[in-house]
Ligand binder design. Structure first.
Ligand SMILES: N[C@@H](CCC(=O)N[C@@H](CS)C(=O)NCC(=O)O)C(=O)O
Length: 316
């Protein structure tokens, strides 16, 4: 008989992720940079994800962070939550904060959506899915095709050409011998640029594209050495839902002049892909974040938080 395991506390950090997810690797590294302890929930790579959507209300992307009955979607927001929890070392050091945010946003969008089609060319996909059940690649490709419907489809050769240029740009940043992309301090830019390149390292022969970039590869070694913080425990989806149910969401407030009122029924939808609308009651809003309250049959009352950038907020 297995020992009953106790749930994490209402203030503990719970990361919902899977090991091969690049954005999850960014989140794990953020936890590592901050030296934080966290509990781990492994989520499925493809739909359906009933335990995920019980908590998020429909947002399916990976990772997300749970703190009791508060659910933080998107690594841009997870970074802010971790920064508030442990301000040093900062993900946005004062001397480079603006540049770090802008470079991170480029990496999480353009660089990631260049690395992905490059990596998913046949040789890369074969390496990435080596050892997976025979149908997994097919299931994955169909899932991601449905998820990214309407996005421009970048061909492998186009992605490869763009990636070569992007690697040159990044190498040029390190040409003066600085340890981190923006100077002497690690920032969110390092972790955001790292995760698409980390994904490329798993693509067998396609990883050769990194070979000429010696300084960049040495920098990747420094980022990897940041580590993942302390894995305090493991939890399954049902445990995470039980934790939400046993917790009370944090209070939030709606700022005046943002075009919406507290208590209004709204939806929040990612702009770009995985455009599943999350519906709820507006309880928090400013120019940086939006928070919905939802009542879930299994998870009870939860607050689901999104960044304001790259998410559409609409009256329901
Ligand atoms: N902007 C999001 C992007 C997250 C993202 O695209 N994650 C990928 C995995 S690396 C994903 O959600 N894929 C579909 C899935 O896991 O269901 C973030 O920063 O968290």
């Amino acid at each position: 008989m297995s020992e009953p395991t106790s749930l994490p506390g209402q203030d503990d950090l719970v990361l919902h992720h899977y090991s091969s997810s690049p954005f999850a690797e960014k989140a794990r590294l953020m936890l590592g940079l901050k030296g934080l302890a966290w509990h781990s929930v492994t989520v499925p790579m493809v739909m359906p994800k009933p335990d995920v959507t019980a908590l998020t209300g429909g947002y399916r992307r990976t990772p997300f962070l749970q703190v009791g009955a508060d659910i933080y979607c998107d690594t841009a927001l997870i970074a802010e939550v971790l920064e508030a929890r442990r301000p040093t070392p900062s993900l946005y050091p004062a001397a480079m904060a603006g540049q770090a945010r802008a470079l991170a946003q480029w990496a999480d969008t353009d660089l990631f959506w260049t690395a992905l089609p490059y990596a998913m060319q046949p040789a890369g996909a074969t390496a990435l899915f080596a050892g997976a059940p025979p149908d997994m690649l097919k299931i994955f490709v169909a899932d991601r095709k449905a998820m990214s419907e309407g996005m421009p489809q970048v061909r492998g050769l186009d992605a490869g050409a763009a990636l070569m240029q992007y690697l040159d740009w990044l190498s040029a940043m390190l040409a003066d011998g600085r340890p981190w992309l923006l100077g002497d301090e690690t920032s969110i830019a390092d972790l955001s640029v790292y995760h698409p390149l980390w994904f490329i390292t798993k693509t067998g022969p396609l990883a050769e594209i990194l070979q000429p970039h010696e300084a960049l590869r040495a920098w990747m070694g420094r980022v990897a050495a940041v580590g993942h913080g302390e894995r305090a425990g493991k939890l399954d989806g049902a445990g995470a839902i039980a934790l939400a149910r046993a917790s009370t969401p944090r209070s939030a407030s709606v700022a005046a002049g943002m075009g919406f009122d507290a208590g209004q029924p709204v939806t929040v939808t990612p702009y770009d892909y995985a455009r599943d609308a999350v519906a709820g009651t507006l309880v928090g809003l400013d120019h940086r974040t939006v928070t919905l309250a939802r009542d879930d049959e299994r998870a009870g009352r939860v607050h689901v938080h999104f960044p304001r950038i790259r998410y559409t907020l609409k009256a329901a």
